[in-house]
Design a binder for this molecule. Structure first.
Ligand code: GLU
Length: 290
């Protein structure tokens, strides 16, 4: 599952740049910070350089953690940065799509219900794959939720991998990658408390929104292995990916509100010039504002 880094990013502004459909997909459970701004700018610019489309999708299914009023703040932030976008439906309008996909996976024998807690799952022995490699298993065949008991749905990764065989995905920076999500084990595709996990919802949404280039931070590089396998199982179109560098704080950590990274909205309200900040982010020469 190693990422091999290509020596240089794609040539920006190249006349042969394809018309891409990219998206920025923030979750309204906390304010946007500089890392989000960078992600949005990368997605926007990669779409614009070939005359493509840049989409905004609000990922709002995270139950009580989702704050609808933050979505408006996000729109103001993006506008302040000088970006233009098309907005696609928010996730909470797509619950039927998620349920239908979960049904297909379950009926195909690729998913099973699981009522275990995380702590219980951690105590289960690893599963051995056909190649002898061990990876976290799940509780398939061991946990039979009672009717009405809250249960997640887990992907049976071994069955899934046997069914899809060797498949690849393409990252614009890392090149061709063989999909191998087994390090995640039997990953949750429908949460106990939510109609889909991030993995299932994002995969289905990117297909529904006809995204051709999934752009996001390289901290989510490994998750793309799972998404590629879900696409294959669900017969979805396969986009390319672009996992960009992260914006790190002075300690080399990913930015996070809880570590005191200032919200874009605060910088905006303080009168800072958002378009200038966007230019600085493009050059990766910016003030963290801390
Ligand atoms: N809602 C996810 C996040 O904010 C999106 C990740 C992605 O771009 O796939 O982290």
């Amino acid at each position: 599952m190693n990422e091999t880094q290509s020596p240089s990013p794609p040539a920006h502004g190249s006349p042969a740049a394809p018309a891409r459909v990219t998206r920025f997909a923030p979750s309204p459970n906390g304010p946007l910070h500089l890392g989000h701004a960078y992600s949005a700018i990368v997605a926007h610019d990669l779409a614009m350089e070939g005359g493509g489309r840049f989409l905004l999708r609000i990922e709002d299914i995270d139950g009580p953690r989702s704050l609808p009023e933050l979505a408006d703040e996000f729109r103001r932030d993006l506008d302040w940065l000088g970006l233009e976008w098309e907005e696609v439906p928010v996730q909470s309008t797509r619950l039927e799509t998620y349920a239908a996909a979960a049904r297909i996976l379950r009926e195909g024998g690729f998913a099973y219900p699981c009522a275990c807690t995380r702590a219980q799952i951690r105590t289960l022995p690893p599963r051995k794959g056909a190649d002898g490699r061990e990876y976290p298993g799940g509780c398939r065949g061991r946990c039979n939720p009672a009717p009405g008991e809250a249960a997640a749905l887990r992907l049976d990764i071994e069955r899934a991998m046997t069914a899809v065989g060797e498949i690849v995905w393409t990252d614009e920076r890392a090149g061709s990658v063989v999909a191998d999500p087994r390090d995640f084990g039997d990953v949750v595709i429908v949460r106990k408390d939510l109609p889909a996990s991030y993995h299932l919802a994002a995969t289905l949404d990117d297909a529904a929104d006809a995204v051709t280039l999934v752009t996001r931070g390289r901290d989510l590089f490994e998750a793309s292995h799972i998404h590629r396998v879900l696409q294959e199982l669900l017969h979805l179109p396969v986009p390319d990916w672009h996992h960009h560098e992260l914006v790190l704080d002075a300690d080399g950590e990913k930015l996070a509100k809880r570590r005191g990274s200032p919200a874009l909205a605060d910088r905006r309200r303080s009168g800072e010039d958002g378009k200038m900040l966007a230019e600085q982010l493009r050059l990766r020469n910016f003030d963290l504002g801390t």
